[in-house]
Design a protein. Sequence first.
Length: 84
Amino acid sequence: MLSTRAYSPEQVANMLQLSKNTVYALISKGEIIAKKIGRVYRIPARSLSFIFTGIDDDLYIAEEKDKKNLPRINKELVLVRKMQ
């Protein structure tokens, strides 16, 4: 069974204190990622972070992980460049 929480556009509008039409417009512009199932849209909870970060949540998490690894990567680059 899937554990992903999904919301209707009406629920998202209520949570974000927006009109339902604004939520549908954001879906149309791709600012809110939604899946159309039959005749209704469902919005995964994770895609709501897209509104605030400007990037998909998965990309945001990956970027944060990469940032944590940068000091180690830079150290390795210095060692490799010294060998050349």
